[in-house]
Ligand binder design. Structure first.
Ligand SMILES: C[S@@+](CC[C@H](N)C(=O)[O-])C[C@H]1O[C@@H](n2cnc3c(N)ncnc32)[C@H](O)[C@@H]1O
Length: 334
């Protein structure tokens, strides 16, 4: 039995089944988009998505080619008190979809091989292209989860969802919505706030800032994976500067991972001087560095500081700033 950071209760799971299960907050959100009479879950695994679908649909048909996973999913559904699921132990391609009375289909193919995440659609199991043509021949609407770094050339909505993992990992899930489930070309959603931004294609015309304004914001991973930094900047009436969004007044959005007050630029060989002038005592180093190098550099710098402030140093951008808290009061994006 496992739950750790993904589920609100313990569920039966093997290690790989748990790793590949959809976190409850994401499964519940996605199920809310897939609400229907009968939903087909093509690769149910230990039942993360099946359970979420069964909470909002009248019925669910859950298929998995692994007998062990089907058995775990079945026991997990019972633990959750759900009796509206029919479990089928089969290869999805052996199922006669025309005979299944389902209104839409969902598939979350395996995206791990030998314990590692795969990055392209042809490495998933089942193969995503095969799923698209199989499900597309039967359903007017269907949804497939894909590796969030994969190149997507299908005519579908690409929805990138971030959630706050209790393990502190910054993760992102990509769902492809086809046919009548497609609402736009590209979207990003931040959970648990539910902030959503969508565009048909990237059209933001606002030009990038030539220097940081008073405040800097690090966008959540869903915005980065969706390449929606400029779309978000436009919708928040601020600018994009390097990896940040930036503005003169302090903004609030569920899409911000971190907010900072911009303090100054620094030249690499004059960092200590700049930090001392700002009254720094502790630093948080950010940049493309190996953890050991980062630790060594931090210790070396802090040994030469005697101030009170804890400041963030973005080494690659040459920027010093101070972290500001993120308000925790729910939906904040218009
Ligand atoms: C990523 S897991 C699904 C996780 C699930 N959505 C959850 O939240 O628990 C993928 C599952 O697809 C199943 N699978 C792979 N190929 C399949 C196929 N051709 N037919 C049916 N199931 C398949 C695997 O056995 C595995 O359990």
């Amino acid at each position: 039995m496992k739950h750790y950071d993904k589920f609100s209760r313990e569920l039966y799971a093997d290690d790989e089944g748990y790793e590949s299960a959809t976190p409850e907050v994401v499964a519940d959100y996605r199920a809310s988009r897939l609400r229907c009479g009968t939903a087909l879950d093509c690769c149910c695994g230990i039942g993360g998505d099946t359970i979420a679908l069964a909470k909002v649909c009248e019925n669910v048909i859950a298929v998995d080619k692994s007998a062990e996973r089907i058995s775990m999913a079945e026991r997990n559904a019972l633990l959750c008190g759900l009796k509206n699921i029919k479990f089928v132990n089969s290869d999805i391609f052996a199922c006669d979809l025309k005979r299944l009375e389902a209104d839409l289909a969902f598939a979350d193919p395996q995206r791990r091989r030998d314990g590692k995440r795969v990055n392209s659609l042809d490495e998933t199991e089942p193969d995503t292209a095969r799923l698209v043509s199989f499900l597309g021949g039967r359903f007017e609407g269907f949804c497939i989860e894909a590796p969030s770094t994969a190149e997507i050339s299908y005519d579908c909505e690409r929805e990138y969802v971030s959630w706050d993992s209790r393990r502190g990992k910054r993760e992102c899930i990509l769902s492809l919505y086809f046919g009548r489930l497609r609402r736009c070309g590209i979207s990003a959603v931040a959970l648990p706030t539910g902030d959503r931004i969508e565009v048909e294609e990237h059209t933001a015309e606002r030009s990038d800032a030539d220097k940081p304004r008073d405040y800097l914001y690090e966008p959540k991973v869903c915005i980065k994976r969706a390449s929606m930094e400029r779309d978000l900047a436009e919708s928040l009436d601020c600018s994009f500067y390097g990896p940040f969004l930036t503005s003169d007044s302090l903004l609030k959005s569920g899409f911000f991972e971190n907010r900072f007050a911009f303090l100054s630029f620094f030249e690499r060989d004059r960092l200590i001087e700049a930090l001392r002038a700002l009254g720094a005592g502790k630093v948080v180093l950010r940049g493309k560095m190996q953890p050991e190098e980062q630790m060594r550099m931090k210790e070396e710098i802090e040994r030469r500081l005697d101030g009170e402030r804890k400041l963030h140093v973005f080494v690659d951008e040459g920027i010093i700033c101070e972290s500001l808290s993120i308000p925790q009061n729910g939906r904040s994006h218009p």
